[in-house]
Write a protein that binds this ligand. Sequence first.
Ligand code: URP
Ligand code: ZN
Ligand code: ZN
Length: 467
Amino acid sequence: MGLLIKGGEIVTADGRSYSDIYVENETVSDIGRDLQIPIGTEVIDATGKLIFPGFIDPHVHIHLPFMATFAKDTHATASKAGLIGGTTTFIEMCCPSRNDDALEGYRIWKQKAEGNSACDYAFHMAVTRYDANAEAQLREIVRDGTASFKVFLAYKNFFGVTDEELFHILKLAAELGVITTAHCENAELVGQLQQLLLAEGKTGPEWHEPSRPEAVEAEGTSRFATFLEQTGAAGYVVHLSCAPAMRAAVEAKLRGVRLYVESVLPHFLLDKTYAERAGVEGMKHVMSPPLRDKRNQSVLWGALEAGLIDTVGTDHCPFDTEQKLLGAEAFTQIPNGIPGIEDRVNLMYTYGVKRGMLNIHRFVDALSTRPAKLFGLFPRKGTIAAGSDADLVVYDTEYRGTISAATQHTNNDYNGFEDFAIEGRPSVVTVRGKVQARDGVFVGEPGRGRMLRREPQYGAREVAHGG
Ligand code: URP
Ligand code: ZN
Ligand code: ZN
Protein backbone atom coordinates (compact mmCIF):
# COMPACT_ATOMS: atom_id res chain seq x y z
CA MET A 1 0.00 0.00 0.00
CA GLY A 2 1.23 3.51 -0.82
CA LEU A 3 1.62 6.40 1.60
CA LEU A 4 0.75 10.05 0.98
CA ILE A 5 2.15 12.81 3.16
CA LYS A 6 -0.06 15.77 2.52
CA GLY A 7 -0.09 19.49 3.26
CA GLY A 8 3.40 19.93 4.73
CA GLU A 9 6.28 22.15 3.71
CA ILE A 10 9.26 20.23 2.37
CA VAL A 11 12.61 21.63 3.49
CA THR A 12 15.80 20.26 1.97
CA ALA A 13 19.40 21.46 1.87
CA ASP A 14 18.67 23.62 -1.16
CA GLY A 15 15.05 24.66 -1.10
CA ARG A 16 11.58 24.59 0.39
CA SER A 17 8.12 24.06 -1.11
CA TYR A 18 4.57 23.20 -0.13
CA SER A 19 4.16 19.83 -1.85
CA ASP A 20 2.68 16.44 -1.15
CA ILE A 21 4.85 13.32 -1.22
CA TYR A 22 3.65 10.00 -2.54
CA VAL A 23 5.60 6.94 -1.46
CA GLU A 24 5.49 3.51 -3.04
CA ASN A 25 7.81 0.50 -2.79
CA GLU A 26 9.96 2.11 -0.10
CA THR A 27 10.90 5.12 -2.22
CA VAL A 28 9.53 8.56 -3.01
CA SER A 29 7.53 8.06 -6.13
CA ASP A 30 6.02 11.51 -6.77
CA ILE A 31 6.18 15.03 -5.33
CA GLY A 32 3.66 17.76 -6.15
CA ARG A 33 0.21 19.20 -5.58
CA ASP A 34 -3.07 17.32 -6.14
CA LEU A 35 -1.34 14.02 -6.89
CA GLN A 36 -3.48 11.25 -8.34
CA ILE A 37 -3.18 8.45 -5.80
CA PRO A 38 -4.59 4.93 -5.71
CA ILE A 39 -7.60 4.16 -3.51
CA GLY A 40 -6.48 2.65 -0.22
CA THR A 41 -3.42 4.86 0.12
CA GLU A 42 -2.55 5.68 3.75
CA VAL A 43 -2.65 9.47 4.24
CA ILE A 44 -0.66 11.45 6.80
CA ASP A 45 -1.79 15.03 7.30
CA ALA A 46 1.31 17.22 7.67
CA THR A 47 -0.50 20.55 7.60
CA GLY A 48 1.47 23.17 9.55
CA LYS A 49 4.52 20.94 9.75
CA LEU A 50 7.90 20.82 8.05
CA ILE A 51 9.09 17.73 6.20
CA PHE A 52 12.80 17.03 6.31
CA PRO A 53 14.78 14.22 4.69
CA GLY A 54 15.61 11.55 7.29
CA PHE A 55 18.57 12.69 9.37
CA ILE A 56 21.85 10.82 9.24
CA ASP A 57 24.16 10.57 12.24
CA PRO A 58 27.63 10.06 10.76
CA HIS A 59 29.33 9.14 14.06
CA VAL A 60 27.89 6.80 16.68
CA HIS A 61 29.17 4.07 18.97
CA ILE A 62 26.69 1.35 19.83
CA HIS A 63 28.63 -1.87 20.34
CA LEU A 64 31.81 -0.56 21.93
CA PRO A 65 34.25 -2.44 24.14
CA PHE A 66 36.26 0.48 25.58
CA MET A 67 38.02 1.47 28.79
CA ALA A 68 37.37 -1.83 30.58
CA THR A 69 33.64 -1.83 29.85
CA PHE A 70 31.01 -1.76 27.09
CA ALA A 71 28.80 1.11 25.92
CA LYS A 72 25.25 0.52 27.13
CA ASP A 73 23.07 0.60 24.04
CA THR A 74 22.13 -2.27 21.79
CA HIS A 75 21.33 -1.72 18.14
CA ALA A 76 17.66 -2.07 19.04
CA THR A 77 17.71 0.59 21.77
CA ALA A 78 19.96 3.08 19.97
CA SER A 79 18.08 2.86 16.69
CA LYS A 80 14.68 3.34 18.34
CA ALA A 81 16.02 6.33 20.28
CA GLY A 82 17.47 7.73 17.07
CA LEU A 83 14.21 7.29 15.17
CA ILE A 84 12.18 9.01 17.86
CA GLY A 85 14.58 11.91 17.47
CA GLY A 86 14.41 11.93 13.65
CA THR A 87 17.57 9.98 12.78
CA THR A 88 16.76 7.38 10.14
CA THR A 89 20.33 6.27 9.34
CA PHE A 90 23.44 6.07 11.49
CA ILE A 91 27.02 5.27 10.64
CA GLU A 92 28.61 3.29 13.43
CA MET A 93 32.30 3.12 14.24
CA CYS A 94 33.27 -0.55 13.99
CA CYS A 95 36.10 -0.56 16.54
CA PRO A 96 37.98 -3.78 17.19
CA SER A 97 41.01 -3.05 19.37
CA ARG A 98 44.63 -3.25 18.32
CA ASN A 99 44.81 -6.81 19.68
CA ASP A 100 41.75 -8.03 17.77
CA ASP A 101 41.43 -9.41 14.28
CA ALA A 102 39.91 -6.74 12.01
CA LEU A 103 37.77 -9.07 9.91
CA GLU A 104 36.48 -10.94 12.93
CA GLY A 105 35.61 -7.58 14.52
CA TYR A 106 33.77 -6.52 11.37
CA ARG A 107 31.74 -9.74 11.45
CA ILE A 108 30.83 -9.18 15.10
CA TRP A 109 29.63 -5.59 14.51
CA LYS A 110 27.59 -6.64 11.48
CA GLN A 111 26.03 -9.52 13.36
CA LYS A 112 25.03 -7.30 16.26
CA ALA A 113 23.31 -4.79 13.98
CA GLU A 114 21.61 -7.17 11.55
CA GLY A 115 17.96 -7.85 12.40
CA ASN A 116 18.21 -5.58 15.46
CA SER A 117 18.49 -2.06 14.15
CA ALA A 118 15.14 -0.42 13.44
CA CYS A 119 16.74 2.11 11.10
CA ASP A 120 19.23 1.80 8.25
CA TYR A 121 22.93 1.87 9.03
CA ALA A 122 26.46 1.65 7.70
CA PHE A 123 29.91 1.35 9.25
CA HIS A 124 33.20 3.19 9.32
CA MET A 125 35.88 0.50 9.69
CA ALA A 126 38.41 1.42 12.38
CA VAL A 127 41.95 0.43 11.48
CA THR A 128 43.65 -0.04 14.82
CA ARG A 129 46.66 -2.03 13.62
CA TYR A 130 48.23 -2.10 10.19
CA ASP A 131 50.15 -5.04 8.78
CA ALA A 132 49.93 -7.28 5.69
CA ASN A 133 47.07 -9.29 7.18
CA ALA A 134 45.11 -6.16 8.08
CA GLU A 135 45.65 -4.80 4.58
CA ALA A 136 44.19 -7.91 2.94
CA GLN A 137 41.25 -7.84 5.35
CA LEU A 138 40.57 -4.16 4.70
CA ARG A 139 40.39 -4.81 0.98
CA GLU A 140 37.75 -7.46 1.69
CA ILE A 141 35.81 -5.13 4.01
CA VAL A 142 35.73 -2.39 1.36
CA ARG A 143 34.53 -4.96 -1.22
CA ASP A 144 31.72 -5.76 1.22
CA GLY A 145 30.49 -2.15 0.96
CA THR A 146 32.15 -0.42 3.90
CA ALA A 147 33.82 2.42 2.04
CA SER A 148 35.24 4.50 4.89
CA PHE A 149 38.00 3.94 7.44
CA LYS A 150 38.50 5.32 10.92
CA VAL A 151 41.82 6.00 12.60
CA PHE A 152 42.54 7.13 16.12
CA LEU A 153 45.58 9.33 16.69
CA ALA A 154 44.66 9.10 20.40
CA TYR A 155 44.19 6.09 22.74
CA LYS A 156 47.74 4.77 22.45
CA ASN A 157 48.10 0.96 22.58
CA PHE A 158 44.34 0.36 22.32
CA PHE A 159 42.75 1.97 19.26
CA GLY A 160 45.61 4.31 18.39
CA VAL A 161 47.89 3.90 15.38
CA THR A 162 51.47 5.08 14.93
CA ASP A 163 52.44 7.65 12.32
CA GLU A 164 54.01 4.84 10.28
CA GLU A 165 50.73 2.93 10.30
CA LEU A 166 48.79 6.10 9.50
CA PHE A 167 50.90 6.64 6.40
CA HIS A 168 50.26 3.12 5.10
CA ILE A 169 46.53 3.23 5.95
CA LEU A 170 46.14 6.46 4.01
CA LYS A 171 48.11 5.08 1.06
CA LEU A 172 45.71 2.13 0.96
CA ALA A 173 42.69 4.41 1.38
CA ALA A 174 43.88 6.54 -1.56
CA GLU A 175 44.38 3.44 -3.69
CA LEU A 176 40.94 2.06 -2.83
CA GLY A 177 39.15 5.42 -3.08
CA VAL A 178 37.79 5.39 0.46
CA ILE A 179 37.67 8.30 2.87
CA THR A 180 39.40 8.04 6.25
CA THR A 181 37.80 9.55 9.33
CA ALA A 182 40.13 10.49 12.17
CA HIS A 183 40.12 11.21 15.89
CA CYS A 184 42.84 13.87 16.02
CA GLU A 185 44.65 14.20 19.32
CA ASN A 186 48.36 13.64 19.99
CA ALA A 187 48.39 10.38 21.97
CA GLU A 188 51.88 10.83 23.37
CA LEU A 189 51.19 14.30 24.74
CA VAL A 190 47.91 13.17 26.28
CA GLY A 191 49.64 10.25 28.01
CA GLN A 192 52.46 12.40 29.36
CA LEU A 193 50.14 15.16 30.58
CA GLN A 194 47.86 12.64 32.26
CA GLN A 195 50.81 11.24 34.23
CA LEU A 196 51.99 14.70 35.27
CA LEU A 197 48.54 15.66 36.54
CA LEU A 198 47.99 12.40 38.42
CA ALA A 199 51.43 12.72 40.03
CA GLU A 200 50.33 16.13 41.36
CA GLY A 201 47.26 14.50 42.92
CA LYS A 202 44.93 15.99 40.29
CA THR A 203 42.57 13.04 39.90
CA GLY A 204 39.06 14.50 39.39
CA PRO A 205 37.11 14.84 36.13
CA GLU A 206 37.94 18.56 35.99
CA TRP A 207 41.50 17.53 35.02
CA HIS A 208 40.40 15.66 31.92
CA GLU A 209 40.35 18.83 29.80
CA PRO A 210 43.77 20.08 30.97
CA SER A 211 45.20 16.66 30.09
CA ARG A 212 44.05 17.12 26.48
CA PRO A 213 44.47 20.86 25.81
CA GLU A 214 43.34 22.54 22.64
CA ALA A 215 46.89 22.58 21.25
CA VAL A 216 47.01 18.78 21.45
CA GLU A 217 43.94 18.55 19.24
CA ALA A 218 45.24 21.23 16.86
CA GLU A 219 48.48 19.27 16.46
CA GLY A 220 46.56 16.08 15.69
CA THR A 221 44.37 17.86 13.15
CA SER A 222 47.31 19.49 11.45
CA ARG A 223 49.31 16.24 11.38
CA PHE A 224 46.39 14.32 9.91
CA ALA A 225 46.04 16.99 7.20
CA THR A 226 49.75 16.78 6.38
CA PHE A 227 49.53 13.00 6.03
CA LEU A 228 46.53 13.41 3.70
CA GLU A 229 48.49 15.91 1.66
CA GLN A 230 51.44 13.56 1.30
CA THR A 231 49.39 10.49 0.44
CA GLY A 232 46.68 11.98 -1.80
CA ALA A 233 43.95 10.50 0.41
CA ALA A 234 40.66 12.12 1.43
CA GLY A 235 40.01 12.64 5.14
CA TYR A 236 37.37 13.67 7.65
CA VAL A 237 38.15 14.99 11.12
CA VAL A 238 35.62 13.68 13.64
CA HIS A 239 34.34 15.58 16.67
CA LEU A 240 36.39 18.77 16.20
CA SER A 241 35.96 20.79 19.37
CA CYS A 242 37.92 24.04 19.42
CA ALA A 243 39.16 27.12 17.58
CA PRO A 244 42.84 26.09 17.21
CA ALA A 245 41.85 22.75 15.63
CA MET A 246 39.38 24.59 13.38
CA ARG A 247 42.17 26.92 12.30
CA ALA A 248 44.40 23.94 11.46
CA ALA A 249 41.58 22.37 9.42
CA VAL A 250 40.81 25.60 7.55
CA GLU A 251 44.51 26.12 6.75
CA ALA A 252 44.58 22.63 5.27
CA LYS A 253 41.38 23.24 3.28
CA LEU A 254 42.94 26.44 1.93
CA ARG A 255 46.00 24.46 0.81
CA GLY A 256 43.63 22.26 -1.17
CA VAL A 257 43.82 19.24 1.13
CA ARG A 258 40.72 17.09 0.78
CA LEU A 259 39.76 17.44 4.41
CA TYR A 260 36.20 17.51 5.73
CA VAL A 261 35.18 18.43 9.25
CA GLU A 262 32.61 17.09 11.67
CA SER A 263 31.75 18.58 15.02
CA VAL A 264 29.40 16.90 17.43
CA LEU A 265 26.39 17.95 19.46
CA PRO A 266 28.06 18.25 22.90
CA HIS A 267 30.67 20.73 21.66
CA PHE A 268 28.02 23.18 20.45
CA LEU A 269 26.01 23.21 23.66
CA LEU A 270 28.10 22.06 26.61
CA ASP A 271 31.35 23.53 27.91
CA LYS A 272 34.07 22.39 30.29
CA THR A 273 32.27 23.66 33.39
CA TYR A 274 29.98 20.61 33.02
CA ALA A 275 32.99 18.30 33.54
CA GLU A 276 34.12 20.49 36.44
CA ARG A 277 30.97 19.65 38.41
CA ALA A 278 31.65 17.71 41.59
CA GLY A 279 31.97 13.91 41.52
CA VAL A 280 29.95 11.78 39.16
CA GLU A 281 28.12 14.79 37.69
CA GLY A 282 31.45 15.89 36.23
CA MET A 283 32.30 12.35 35.10
CA LYS A 284 29.07 12.19 33.09
CA HIS A 285 30.48 14.95 30.92
CA VAL A 286 33.87 13.40 30.19
CA MET A 287 34.45 12.77 26.51
CA SER A 288 37.38 13.19 24.12
CA PRO A 289 38.23 15.67 22.80
CA PRO A 290 36.96 17.20 26.04
CA LEU A 291 34.26 19.79 26.51
CA ARG A 292 36.06 23.10 26.03
CA ASP A 293 36.08 26.66 27.21
CA LYS A 294 32.78 28.28 26.19
CA ARG A 295 34.47 30.80 23.88
CA ASN A 296 34.90 27.98 21.35
CA GLN A 297 31.16 27.60 20.83
CA SER A 298 30.68 30.78 18.81
CA VAL A 299 33.60 29.70 16.60
CA LEU A 300 31.94 26.32 15.98
CA TRP A 301 28.53 27.84 15.24
CA GLY A 302 30.11 30.34 12.83
CA ALA A 303 32.14 27.66 11.07
CA LEU A 304 29.05 25.45 10.81
CA GLU A 305 26.95 28.21 9.30
CA ALA A 306 29.75 28.96 6.82
CA GLY A 307 30.04 25.29 5.84
CA LEU A 308 33.62 25.00 7.13
CA ILE A 309 32.26 22.42 9.53
CA ASP A 310 30.65 20.05 7.07
CA THR A 311 28.57 17.84 9.33
CA VAL A 312 27.16 17.54 12.83
CA GLY A 313 27.17 14.08 14.41
CA THR A 314 26.75 12.99 18.00
CA ASP A 315 29.62 10.65 18.85
CA HIS A 316 26.79 8.90 20.73
CA CYS A 317 28.55 6.84 23.38
CA PRO A 318 26.47 5.87 26.41
CA PHE A 319 28.15 4.82 29.65
CA ASP A 320 25.92 4.89 32.72
CA THR A 321 26.62 6.30 36.17
CA GLU A 322 28.05 3.06 37.53
CA GLN A 323 30.45 2.84 34.59
CA LYS A 324 31.49 6.48 34.91
CA LEU A 325 32.40 5.73 38.54
CA LEU A 326 35.16 3.42 37.29
CA GLY A 327 37.06 6.70 37.18
CA ALA A 328 36.31 7.73 40.77
CA GLU A 329 39.99 7.46 41.75
CA ALA A 330 41.53 8.80 38.53
CA PHE A 331 40.02 10.80 35.66
CA THR A 332 42.06 8.66 33.23
CA GLN A 333 39.79 5.70 34.05
CA ILE A 334 36.46 7.44 33.37
CA PRO A 335 34.89 5.82 30.29
CA ASN A 336 34.89 8.57 27.66
CA GLY A 337 31.61 9.40 25.99
CA ILE A 338 28.30 11.25 26.08
CA PRO A 339 25.10 9.92 24.47
CA GLY A 340 23.16 12.07 21.97
CA ILE A 341 21.57 10.07 19.13
CA GLU A 342 18.06 10.85 20.39
CA ASP A 343 18.55 14.57 20.89
CA ARG A 344 20.79 15.86 18.08
CA VAL A 345 18.06 16.98 15.69
CA ASN A 346 15.84 18.66 18.29
CA LEU A 347 18.72 20.42 20.04
CA MET A 348 20.37 21.62 16.82
CA TYR A 349 16.98 22.79 15.55
CA THR A 350 16.23 24.64 18.80
CA TYR A 351 19.65 26.17 19.56
CA GLY A 352 20.74 26.49 15.94
CA VAL A 353 17.78 27.24 13.67
CA LYS A 354 15.36 28.75 16.20
CA ARG A 355 18.02 30.90 17.89
CA GLY A 356 19.24 32.28 14.55
CA MET A 357 22.64 30.55 14.69
CA LEU A 358 22.03 28.24 11.75
CA ASN A 359 20.20 28.62 8.46
CA ILE A 360 17.53 25.92 8.14
CA HIS A 361 18.94 24.61 4.83
CA ARG A 362 22.44 24.39 6.30
CA PHE A 363 20.84 22.52 9.24
CA VAL A 364 19.43 19.92 6.84
CA ASP A 365 22.69 19.87 4.92
CA ALA A 366 24.91 19.31 7.97
CA LEU A 367 22.67 16.73 9.65
CA SER A 368 21.53 14.81 6.57
CA THR A 369 22.62 15.78 3.07
CA ARG A 370 26.34 16.26 3.56
CA PRO A 371 26.82 13.07 5.58
CA ALA A 372 25.01 11.26 2.75
CA LYS A 373 27.22 12.87 0.10
CA LEU A 374 30.52 12.42 1.93
CA PHE A 375 29.86 8.79 2.78
CA GLY A 376 28.40 7.52 -0.49
CA LEU A 377 24.72 7.41 0.45
CA PHE A 378 23.44 10.25 -1.75
CA PRO A 379 20.89 10.54 -3.41
CA ARG A 380 19.44 7.37 -1.94
CA LYS A 381 19.58 9.13 1.45
CA GLY A 382 19.94 12.78 2.43
CA THR A 383 17.28 14.37 0.25
CA ILE A 384 13.61 14.22 -0.74
CA ALA A 385 13.45 13.45 -4.45
CA ALA A 386 11.73 10.97 -6.74
CA GLY A 387 13.63 7.71 -6.46
CA SER A 388 15.18 8.44 -3.06
CA ASP A 389 14.44 6.20 -0.09
CA ALA A 390 11.30 7.41 1.65
CA ASP A 391 13.08 8.34 4.89
CA LEU A 392 11.04 11.32 5.99
CA VAL A 393 10.69 13.40 9.13
CA VAL A 394 7.42 15.29 9.57
CA TYR A 395 8.52 17.92 12.07
CA ASP A 396 6.29 19.64 14.60
CA THR A 397 7.74 23.11 15.21
CA GLU A 398 5.03 23.89 17.77
CA TYR A 399 6.13 21.17 20.20
CA ARG A 400 7.64 22.35 23.47
CA GLY A 401 9.44 20.01 25.83
CA THR A 402 12.45 19.37 28.03
CA ILE A 403 15.22 16.81 27.69
CA SER A 404 15.25 14.35 30.56
CA ALA A 405 16.76 10.96 31.34
CA ALA A 406 13.37 10.05 32.79
CA THR A 407 11.73 10.12 29.35
CA GLN A 408 14.60 9.17 27.03
CA HIS A 409 14.83 5.93 25.05
CA THR A 410 18.61 5.60 24.96
CA ASN A 411 19.70 2.86 27.33
CA ASN A 412 21.28 5.06 29.97
CA ASP A 413 20.45 6.45 33.40
CA TYR A 414 21.48 10.02 32.68
CA ASN A 415 21.27 12.53 29.88
CA GLY A 416 24.11 15.00 29.39
CA PHE A 417 21.59 17.61 28.21
CA GLU A 418 19.22 17.22 31.18
CA ASP A 419 16.74 20.12 31.46
CA PHE A 420 17.57 21.64 28.07
CA ALA A 421 14.36 23.00 26.56
CA ILE A 422 13.46 21.90 23.02
CA GLU A 423 11.23 23.75 20.59
CA GLY A 424 10.24 21.15 18.04
CA ARG A 425 10.30 17.40 17.61
CA PRO A 426 9.47 14.80 14.97
CA SER A 427 5.80 14.01 14.68
CA VAL A 428 6.12 11.19 12.13
CA VAL A 429 9.32 9.41 11.07
CA THR A 430 9.43 6.93 8.21
CA VAL A 431 12.14 4.52 7.12
CA ARG A 432 11.73 3.47 3.49
CA GLY A 433 8.05 4.42 3.64
CA LYS A 434 7.18 2.65 6.89
CA VAL A 435 6.14 4.78 9.87
CA GLN A 436 8.64 3.90 12.61
CA ALA A 437 8.04 6.66 15.16
CA ARG A 438 5.22 9.03 16.09
CA ASP A 439 5.32 11.90 18.57
CA GLY A 440 8.03 10.51 20.82
CA VAL A 441 7.00 6.86 20.60
CA PHE A 442 8.49 3.99 18.60
CA VAL A 443 5.56 2.45 16.70
CA GLY A 444 7.33 0.55 13.96
CA GLU A 445 8.99 -2.68 13.01
CA PRO A 446 12.02 -3.58 15.15
CA GLY A 447 14.84 -4.91 13.04
CA ARG A 448 13.63 -3.19 9.87
CA GLY A 449 17.03 -1.55 9.32
CA ARG A 450 19.33 -2.64 6.53
CA MET A 451 23.05 -2.29 6.16
CA LEU A 452 23.80 0.24 3.43
CA ARG A 453 26.57 -0.90 1.12
CA ARG A 454 28.62 1.92 -0.34
CA GLU A 455 30.98 2.34 -3.27
CA PRO A 456 34.39 4.03 -2.97
CA GLN A 457 34.14 7.54 -4.44
CA TYR A 458 37.43 9.31 -3.71
CA GLY A 459 39.97 8.92 -6.49
CA ALA A 460 43.56 9.34 -5.27
CA ARG A 461 45.01 12.83 -5.66
CA GLU A 462 48.34 13.13 -7.40
CA VAL A 463 51.09 14.00 -4.95
CA ALA A 464 54.23 15.86 -6.03
CA HIS A 465 57.15 14.46 -4.02
CA GLY A 466 60.39 16.40 -4.14
CA GLY A 467 61.38 18.62 -7.09
O1 URP B 1 34.75 10.36 24.29
C1 URP B 1 34.50 9.80 23.23
N1 URP B 1 34.55 10.50 22.16
N2 URP B 1 34.16 8.49 23.25
C2 URP B 1 33.96 7.65 22.16
C3 URP B 1 35.24 7.24 21.51
C4 URP B 1 35.72 8.30 20.58
O2 URP B 1 36.81 8.82 20.79
O3 URP B 1 35.04 8.64 19.62
ZN1 ZN C 1 37.02 9.86 19.02
ZN1 ZN D 1 33.54 8.50 18.49
